[in-house]
Write a protein that binds this ligand. Structure first.
Ligand SMILES: *[C@@H]1O[C@H](CO)[C@@H](O)[C@H](O)[C@H]1NC(C)=O
Ligand SMILES: *[C@@H]1O[C@H](CO)[C@@H](O)[C@H](O)[C@H]1NC(C)=O
Ligand SMILES: *[C@@H]1O[C@H](CO)[C@@H](O)[C@H](O)[C@H]1NC(C)=O
Length: 523
């Protein structure tokens, strides 16, 4: 469980280029030759050549390093600098897009720039209890094209879809695990796995998610142990949607030999910022090297989990593994978070509140995206990828049909960022609510339920909702006799208003807004 999941349980959370030689090669000689050149790089290890793959733009890095130095917050306000980089990025997929009708995600994998995975290490975290459901979906969507570059870390050693899933909790000290009341579920699960009864009913009752927080530090060390010296490590969860094209475009601009920790900022332990685990996070080689250094001897051989051992006490008392990791990075690796919200972001696809906060910015991740969305979004991404422009939040309007459908019944679109419509008339009916929304300046869509009209200032799909009365309503309201119609949730979209909003100046996204790291721009 990550800390944002806790927050999501609170009602009404208020929302507060690649190097030119490379570009030339692609244009002039095409990808096949490039792969050969890259192979040559590996063989000869020429530094200038090797550095061209996902290499850094050092002038940028220097700026950013200043902006996010751990102590930056304490100092006088930094010099104002643009909020966005003016990068001109290019997709590495070949072909950049392709017809997807009738094809599986696997069929589309030839276009994936797998050579980049030599530098970018994907690390997927799951748990035995959800492996079948979620990791299978991953292997059919976000993680479909990663081949044996992919590492899958979990809490039982087992196999899925041809992958060896690794129990990273096995790296905890035996003395720490034995008799530890917070790790009982893990111990029990291991016993069941050992005696072959994990797949019986006893196995399905194990509360494995309780031990998730203990995986965060071991998995960093394990990733380095299994795949040392990768330039970048991308950690994500089994319900995280990752836009790999945008990850690649992003990382090209940073130096992996600087200590980078990218993700969606969330308040962590001891007042430090951490990357919320759900939207995933990226660590540079230097950050991992620093963090895991005591786990390896001078020859790089594994010497035991010193990192995990050092933070045992924190793991016991902290609710969340992403928080322990953020603290360990700060203390052991002198690496503060470089917040890249909204590019890394906690909303699921259907919940993103499209607005100026989420519009011309590239989409890197979405958390809690449904299994169907994972697969169909992955295909859609493949069908519409654009060479010069990363996938932007604004593009999601098309996928979600948000300029097409004006009414959805048994649906709620206002459960994030909605506010009570002013006045009385709006509350009398769905139609009155819509009329008031169309007349209001800060309303693009609405939900009507019981006798409440809720306005929404963003463009958002929302989700289906069965008729009923919410638990938080007063006893009086619960006791009232509502008609079946009143108990239904009805959602409306002001399609004309949405189109006007979208065509207003500055919203055509001619330039992608690659945000600079910030700890002020948060969920
Ligand atoms: C590096 O970044 C600067 C500033 O954004 C830009 O002007 C320059 O073209 C970039 N250089 C390369 C090699 O991408
Ligand atoms: C397997 O292990 C569990 C947990 O220790 C135990 O309850 C169960 O009886 C064992 N089953 C068999 C068939 O040994
Ligand atoms: C959008 O519309 C298309 C075509 O009608 C449909 O297949 C798809 O499921 C819709 N997507 C969503 C998210 O409603």
């Amino acid at each position: 469980m990550s800390s944002l999941e806790r927050m999501e349980h609170q009602p009404r959370l208020t929302c507060g280029g690649p190097l030119s030689p490379r570009r030339l090669w692609h244009v002039a000689v095409g990808c096949g030759v490039f792969v050969l050149l890259f192979a040559a790089t590996l063989i000869y290890g020429g530094p200038a050549f090797g550095a061209s793959l996902l290499s850094s733009n050092n002038s940028n890095n220097d700026n950013v390093a200043e902006a996010v130095a751990p102590d930056a917050e304490k100092e006088a306000p930094p010099k104002p600098e643009p909020e966005f980089y003016d990068w001109h990025t290019r997709s590495q997929f070949r072909p950049v897009n392709q017809a997807v009708a009738g094809k599986s995600v696997q069929d589309l994998c030839d276009a994936f720039p797998k050579d980049l995975l030599r530098d970018v290490q994907p690390v997927l975290k799951s748990g035995h209890g959800v492996l079948e459901k979620r990791v299978k979906t991953q292997l059919n969507s976000v993680s479909a094209c990663l081949d044996d570059h992919l590492l899958i870390f979990s809490d039982v050693d087992e196999e899925i879809g041809g992958y060896q899933v690794i129990d990273v909790l096995a790296d905890l000290r035996t003395d720490f695990v034995d008799g530890n009341d917070q790790l009982q579920a893990y111990v029990l699960q291991k016993e069941l796995a050992d005696n072959g009864t994990l797949h019986t009913e006893a196995g399905s009752k194990v509360r494995g998610w309780e031990t998730d927080k203990f995986k965060f530090l071991p998995q960093v060390s394990r990733a380095w142990r299994m795949r040392p010296e990768k330039r970048w490590y991308v950690f994500y969860e089994d319900d995280t949607y990752i836009v790999w094209d945008n990850i690649f475009r992003l990382l090209t601009n940073f130096d992996p030999d600087m200590p980078w920790y990218f993700g969606s900022p969330s308040p962590g332990a001891r007042g430090f910022w951490m990357a919320n685990g759900g939207p995933g996070y990226v660590l540079s080689r230097e950050a991992v090297r620093r963090l895991a250094k005591d786990d390896f001897d001078d020859n790089g051989a594994f010497a035991g989990s010193a990192l995990t051992q050092r933070w045992e006490d924190q793991m016991m008392h902290d609710c969340c593994g992403d928080s322990v990791l953020g603290l360990a990075l700060h203390e052991d690796a002198q690496t503060g978070l470089s917040g890249l919200f909204p590019m890394f972001q906690p909303h699921p696809l259907h919940g993103v509140p499209l607005s100026d906060t989420y519009w011309c910015q590239p989409v890197i991740s979405m958390h809690k995206t449904s299994a169907e969305d994972m697969v169909s979004l992955r295909k859609w991404e493949e069908s519409r990828r654009i060479m010069q422009r990363p996938l932007l939040f604004a593009d999601l309007v098309d996928y979600l049909n948000l300029t097409e459908v004006s009414v959805r019944e048994d649906w709620i679109n206002s459960d994030f960022g909605g506010y009570r419509a002013p006045g009385d008339i709006a509350h009398t009916s769905f139609e009155a609510c819509g009329e008031a929304c169309r007349a209001a300046s800060n309303c693009l869509q609405w939900t009507h339920h019981l006798r409440d009209c809720t306005f929404v200032p963003s463009i958002r799909l929302g989700q289906s909702r069965e008729p009923g009365i919410e638990g938080w309503r007063s006893e009086e309201e619960k006791a009232m006799e509502w008609s079946e119609d009143q108990r239904r949730y009805k959602a409306g979209w002001d399609l004309d208003g949405i189109k006007r909003w979208m065509s207003a100046p500055g919203r055509d996204c001619k330039t992608a807004r690659w945000v600079r790291p910030s700890l002020k721009r948060i969920f």
